[in-house]
Design a protein around this ligand. Structure first.
Ligand code: ATP
Ligand code: MG
Length: 336
């Protein structure tokens, strides 16, 4: 493998690389979704690099706001490198495709013929080598091209074609199709540090630390929030500290005689409620669920309430009321 400038993203790249390597068995359509700047293009370019290394044909297009109103502008950009092979298609298909691009005198009145012709052209090419079709920024792609991609995504299951589309957070553009979603969250703090160092080595050190602190906060606490809300919470709540109480508590869990040890078998205690966010990066689901299990030797009430779409900031972010109300409802049920 050649060199890569992609940092982190091992799992995400592994998934796309897996799709590339599986192309001899089946085609796949993947929609990479994530907010602006999260690293969609970086991941997709690395995938394209791998694909070229494997000897595959890579076709790319990128939605442009200025061309969003031009039917098939994106499709033309995608197919331009292979358009000379359109002659090999059956006459009506070739006419539909070239007519859509204004290259022959044919009225574009049949989007299905255009979509079929585009798919046939990709299939014909994929007999030579697997084809990777990259459609970046579909939020700005002309709707006619989006329809062709959606059509193709539903039909490439048996082809050596990988369709990778990217989109900011409005994935509904491509509707209910065979696109598998690959959602990008923020990088972990080590990777974020490496990206800042590579891309902005001359950054003022205080600004660098602030950026990284915000990114770290976002990853650990605010990952289910908008960047704006996460940064605002960081500004309001974060204070520099050695986090000693946290580490003391964590270390105590390893010591059987720690004074902080909890008697989980205690029958006389009051009811206990644990709350968790399904997207919590700091105390992930598995930890909270195993904590609940540790209390199973007691008959005293132990309950868990899960907030599926929330992260570690769930009690301090704008959704705090939902958590507070669930806790109050639980307390009422306990007769407290
Ligand atoms: N994992 C990464 N490794 C190295 N560089 C990265 C990584 N993620 C992002 N970057 C860099 O951060 C910048 C923004 O990333 P990128 O352009 O990929 O974001 P994007 O999600 O495509 O944004 P947009 O929605 O605006 O297109 C780029 O300079 C990119 O190279
Ligand atoms: Mg991009």
């Amino acid at each position: 493998m050649g060199s890569s400038s992609l940092v982190g993203r091992t799992a995400e790249l592994g998934r796309l690389d897996g799709a590339l390597r599986a192309l001899d068995e089946h085609g796949t359509a993947v929609l990479v979704v994530g907010e602006p700047g999260i690293g969609k293009t970086a991941l997709i370019m690395e995938t394209a690099r791998l694909a070229r290394e494997y000897g595959m044909l890579v076709l790319t297009s990128s939605g442009l706001l200025s061309e969003a109103h031009l039917p098939y502008a994106g499709l033309h950009q995608l197919l331009r490198p292979v358009l000379r092979h359109a002659d090999a298609l059956p006459g009506p298909q070739s006419a539909a495709l070239l007519g859509a691009f204004g290259q022959v005198d044919a009225a574009v009145d049949d989007p299905v013929s255009v979509a079929l012709a585009a798919l046939s052209l990709l299939r014909e090419r994929s007999w030579q080598a697997p084809v990777v079709v990259i459609a970046e920024d579909v939020q700005w792609l002309d709707p006619a091209t989006v329809e062709v991609l959606t059509f193709a995504a539903n039909k490439i299951g048996d082809d050596r074609i990988l369709l990778v589309a990217s989109c900011r957070d409005n994935a509904e553009i491509v509707g209910d199709t065979r696109f598998e979603e690959l959602r990008l969250d923020g990088l972990d703090s080590g990777s974020a540090r490496a990206v800042v160092d590579t891309h902005a080595p001359a950054l003022d050190p205080r600004l660098r630390e602030r950026l990284l602190a915000e990114a770290k906060f976002r990853y650990s606490f605010g990952n289910a929030l908008t960047e704006e809300e996460s940064d605002a919470l960081h500004e309001r709540w974060a204070i520099p500290s050695p986090a000693r109480p946290l580490f003391e508590a964590a270390a105590a869990a390893l010591s059987p005689h720690s004074p902080a040890k909890v008697d989980t078998a205690n029958e006389d205690r009051g009811p206990l409620l644990l709350t968790m966010g399904g997207k919590d990066h700091t105390v992930p689901e598995a930890i909270t669920k195993s904590t609940v299990k540790q209390y199973r030797d007691s008959h005293a009430v132990t309950d868990l309430v899960e907030f599926a779409d929330r992260g570690h900031s769930l009690t301090i972010d704008s959704g705090w009321r939902e958590v507070a109300e669930a806790c109050l409802a639980w307390l009422t049920k306990q007769g407290r």
